[in-house]
Design a protein around this ligand. Structure first.
Ligand code: XMP
Length: 510
């Protein structure tokens, strides 16, 4: 595998993903928590950083255990740090070194630069620049403005080569970025591209069998991709010793409980559907505050889950569909972050139940989870499902929750989602949903005045939900949805479309 030392760059996760797209496993660690190099670690990458190497608070990795031991690639800050460390000179840049640039000259078209031609477009994003490279190094490539775009150790200077680049190969705008990373990871470091879904499944199933032995495992299914894929993997490993719950909290989409249960049944999973609608509605009665709603739902979920679990005997493990972005310990520039919304729906569960945790997807990015799902034979409609929040429709009904409001929203939402599918737009948006607004407005239907509720439609494009743009859905589509909702859902006489980006808005309204 390839070890990536994180210095807090916004692109660190992208580096890991690009390497994995080469079918090579990569792992991110904070720059100051580098594990002992063992045989599995074939190469090391130093990420970029929002800091400057010239600042007092700059991050100082210990390079001694790495340089000469494994091939090293420094990117941006990583490259500048290496330059400074070995006696080169790094200064604040005078010319613009942000955005697209072209490699004007390739000084050494081999090793890291094999197959990369002059003119190749790269993405620059740095405030410092390397003025002089240390004497053990030689220049590899330059742009018109940046002489030291890429440099590397002279042959024989160290037992293993060190390469440094000031541009960002992990960003799509660096058109040969992937080729360059491939040169480093496969050709220089000798990694084999065997990180494939099939390989992952074999390894994980074997590891799960070794870990779990003859014990029994419990898993809460949510209907989403992550928990479903986790369940399939465990099922393959331990068969019917996996017990799954799927709880109807009364806040799912229309008919979702039945449909999802049916598809789990088709996959051969041992699933118990639990109708706890009333219990959730009772817990939510008269609560309007978004965070209090989340807390009430989280607590009720734990109560229901715990009660049902007690009916089973000899359960030793609780399985969760946690994925890699949730476990990466990022180097934060801003210190501990503020809670905007508490997403940890069931955080307290394992401790309360006294169970050990098993997380088969802990090291996968979302797109990898999907590929593993496909390899396991999961139906496309399950794999391509939009994300759906744990608290469900409760955070899409502004104000307090009643079963009547849930019913109203379910009907409007079903029309919206079905139309997205009908128009072939479902797979083009990252997430879509309908929000029931706590306002009434005047309308006219036939000869009659109406005074009914309004819904907002939301659709966003995003890669990870951290930032999002509103989707530019066609007007004729929006018109069709609007008239279908207003004509068919009694109680709604107005439909609006949410055109806010995140930030400053969020995807959900609560
Ligand atoms: P926001 O609204 O924070 O949403 O922009 C980002 C993504 O997270 C989902 N979301 C949640 N997921 N529990 C969840 O499991 C929650 O409490 C929660 N709140 C928001 C949201 O649907 C979007 O995909």
């Amino acid at each position: 595998k390839v070890l990536i030392l994180d210095f807090g760059s916004q692109y660190t996760q992208l580096i890991a993903r690009r390497i994995r797209e080469l079918n090579v496993y990569s792992e991110i660690v904070p720059f100051n928590k580098v594990p002992e190099l063992d045989d599995t670690i074939k190469a090391v990458i130093l990420s970029g950083s929002p800091f400057s190497v010239r600042e007092e608070r700059a991050l100082h990795p210990n390079l001694e255990p790495l340089i000469g031991k494994r091939p090293v690639l420094g990117i941006c800050y990583g490259a500048q740090y290496v330059a400074q460390h070995f006696g080169g000179r790094v200064e604040r840049s005078e010319t613009r070194e942000y955005g697209k640039a072209n490699l004007a000259t390739i000084h050494k078209p081999e090793g890291l630069m094999t197959g990369i031609e002059a003119g190749s477009q790269v993405w620059m994003s740095h405030g410092d620049t390397i003025k002089e490279i240390p004497e053990q190094f030689e220049l590899l490539a330059s742009t018109a403005d940046v002489e030291v775009a890429a440099y590397g150790s002279k042959p024989g200077a160290f037992s293993e080569p060190v390469f440094c680049i000031q541009f960002h190969p992990e960003v799509y705008h660096s058109l040969d970025g992937k080729a360059l990373l491939k040169n480093f990871v496969i050709d220089v470091a000798g990694c084999t591209g065997n990180w494939t879904p099939a390989h992952f499944i074999d390894d994980t199933v074997a590891a799960l069998q070794a870990k779990i032995g003859d014990d029994r495992v419990l898993l809460g299914l949510s209907g989403g991709v992550d928990s479903s894929v986790a369940a399939m993997l465990l099922h393959r490993a331990i068969g019917d010793r996996l017990f799954c719950f799927f709880i109807d909290n009364g806040l799912l989409r229309k008919d979702e409980f039945e449909q999802v249960l049916k598809s789990y049944d088709g996959m051969g999973l041992n699933v118990k559907g639990i109708d706890a609608k009333q219990e959730f509605y009772d817990a939510l009665a008269e609560i309007s505050d978004p965070e209090l709603k989340r807390k009430a739902i989280g607590k009720t979920f734990i109560d229901v889950f715990d009660r049902e679990a007690k009916k089973l005997t000899n359960i030793k493990y609780l399985a969760q569909g946690t994925i890699y972005p949730d476990v990466i310990e990022s180097v934060s520039v801003h210190g501990p972050s503020v809670t905007i919304k508490s997403h940890h729906n069931v955080g307290g569960l394992p401790a309360k139940m006294g169970l050990k945790i098993v997380e088969p997807l802990r090291f996968l990015f979302k797109d990898e989870v999907r590929r593993v799902g496909t390899e396991l034979g999961m139906a496309d409609h399950l794999i391509k499902r939009h994300p759906f929040p744990g608290p469900g429709l409760a955070i899409r009904i502004l104000g307090d929750i009643t079963p009547e409001k849930v019913d109203l929203l379910q009907k409007a939402d079903a029309i919206y989602i079905n139309k997205l599918r009908e128009y072939g737009l479902y797979d083009q948006v990252w997430q879509a949903g309908t929000i029931l607004l706590p306002v009434q407005s005047v309308g006219v239907m036939g000869d009659e005045r109406t005074y009914e509720q309004a819904v907002a439609l939301r659709a966003v494009n995003s890669t990870d939900g951290m930032t999002a743009e509103w989707s530019h859905l066609p007007y004729d589509f929006l018109a069709a949805v609007s008239s279908s909702i207003i004509n068919n859902v009694k109680g709604i006489n107005r439909v609006v479309y949410d055109i806010s980006t995140k930030p400053p808005a969020t995807i959900e309204w609560e």
